[in-house]
Design a protein around this ligand. Structure first.
Ligand SMILES: Cc1ncc(COP(=O)(O)O)c(C=O)c1O
Length: 456
């Protein structure tokens, strides 16, 4: 604890937290930090809490090997000498990035997304891409950000940080409810506002694991044209799909330039590298002629993080080169492990969780997460009890829902656990839910109906 927190010092000026930016009081911002803090207090607990990926079957990547691989590429393909190539890594770099050509090639190879290196901006994770894309396309606070409810906390946090309001959209088993979105666009227009941009995770969304069906993808693109919407597509979990079952990305289907595509190498390989990207090939016309939206995003980046660390880009660049220019090929080592883990978790939940009493959960085919609905409010106090008495951690979702519906919802992530730990964790969770959540029926009384909620 720092001196200023631990000691009363009347000579120091004191800030009123209420005088700081409003987003700091928003529960979304602290939601993952609170889970991490509880996890740190109970290091022995099995954690279904955070969506951290795991190292591939061959262990930790050899960082210097991949960086050298990228340096060799610079020498061979760009004609740099040894000193020039190394300087590129040690200096500040261009705000738009160094490995844009490799990322553009990988998007074509993996997703059939045809784009140029100029349309790509390399960012500090997908998180910075979301922040910058929202900042670039939302002109005033009358521009709303459409999000399914619940949505990834990172996009909600970015919107709050920028002072942007979100419009919560219904989600069906096939993805965003396009009719609801059309309705909300009309309502916003009548209020003198507009839904400017809709954020979606079409493949195995976080937290609900939903896959947007092909017809919904088509309908969303048609509506985007009709309502003059932009769509931010977050492709983070697409690589976990069963081979042959990965649906085409919205961006690859987008013939009218509505889709801004955001990606990350965090789950595919290395979250610590903090390398993500945004594809923004839209033309923005102005007095000085048209510019790419990617140019505007790079301009915003130049006063945000200046550039994504070149050493980190070199590491990812080297990994792409070593895997035939394909991000999916990097993820191919871990994707089967994630699918196996999800299968183990779903089987273990079916075995250990109470089959009556109102505990329900979904059964996604990919991604990192399973979402549960409990018959009691799932708050931080309940999580603390679960960690202390039962040794199992999960993520409460109340703070990321835009309405009250999430007060009883929790998320489980099994990405970084071994099968044995997943089974053990599910057994602990089952005991916890039986004791803490499910009121025992009095003799002669029938079980309660399950709560209405997400489909089991
Ligand atoms: C939907 C979604 N997008 C992006 C990310 C990763 O973002 P980053 O690249 O900033 O780590 C996550 C991680 O949890 C996520 O769930």
């Amino acid at each position: 604890v720092s001196r200023h927190l631990s000691e009363e010092d009347d000579t120091m000026m004191k800030l009123d937290r209420a005088s700081l930016h409003g987003s700091l009081h928003d529960p979304v911002l602290g939601s993952m930090e609170r889970v991490k803090a509880i996890a740190e207090r109970y290091p022995g607990a099995i954690s279904f809490g955070l969506g951290a990926p795991r190292p591939g079957p061959s262990g930790e990547p050899d960082i210097s090997f991949y960086v050298e691989r990228y340096l060799a590429h610079l020498r061979r393909e760009r004609g740099l000498d040894e000193r020039q190539a190394r300087r590129l890594l040690y200096d500040y770099g261009p705000s738009r990035g160094l490995i844009n050509d490799l990322v553009a090639d990988a998007l074509w190879t993996d997703e059939g997304i045809g784009t140029s290196a100029e349309s790509v901006v390399i960012t500090v994770g997908a998180q910075e891409a979301l922040l910058l894309a929202l900042r670039a396309v939302c002109r005033t606070s009358e521009d709303l950000v459409g999000v399914v409810d619940p949505s990834y906390y990172g996009v909600l946090g970015a919107a709050r940080l920028l002072g942007l309001r979100t419009a919560g959209l219904r989600e069906t088993a096939d993805g965003v409810d396009v009719e609801d979105l059309a309705l909300r666009c009309g309502q916003a227009r009548r209020r003198g506002e507009r839904i400017r941009v809709v954020y979606v995770v079409p493949d195995f969304s976080n937290p609900s694991g939903t896959v947007m069906s092909l017809p919904v993808r088509r309908r969303l693109l048609r509506l985007a044209d009709r309502e003059d919407l932009l769509v931010i597509e977050d492709g983070t979990y697409g690589f976990t799909a069963e081979p042959g079952r990965h649906l085409p990305s919205l961006k690859s289907m987008d013939s009218s330039g509505r889709v801004i595509y955001v990606g990350t190498f965090a789950k595919i390989c290395l979250p610590g590298a903090r390398v993500g990207f945004v594809v923004a090939d839209q033309r923005a016309g102005g007095e000085d002629g048209p510019r790419l939206l990617a140019d505007e995003i790079a301009l915003l980046k130049s006063v945000t993080t200046v550039n994504t660390p070149p050493v980190c880009q070199a590491l990812i660049g080297g990994m792409l080169l070593e895997h035939g220019g394909s991000a999916a090929a990097i993820g191919a080592a871990t994707a089967p492990v994630y699918r196996r883990n999800l299968g183990v978790l779903l089987d273990a939940l079916a075995e250990h969780l109470p089959s009556s009493g109102g505990v329900t959960w979904n059964r996604p085919d990919g991604g990192f997460f399973v979402q549960l609905r409990l018959p009691v409010p799932a708050d931080d106090a309940l999580l603390e009890l679960s960690a202390r008495r039962y040794g199992v951690l999960w993520t409460p979702l109340a703070s990321i829902y835009l309405d009250e519906a999430g007060s009883h919802c929790i998320r489980l992530s099994c990405a970084s656990l071994d099968p044995a730990a997943i089974r053990d964790g599910a057994e602990r969770l089952g005991r916890f839910l039986r004791d803490a959540c499910v009121p025992r029926p009095r003799p002669g009384e029938r079980d309660r109906e399950p709560l209405p909620g997400r489909p089991a």
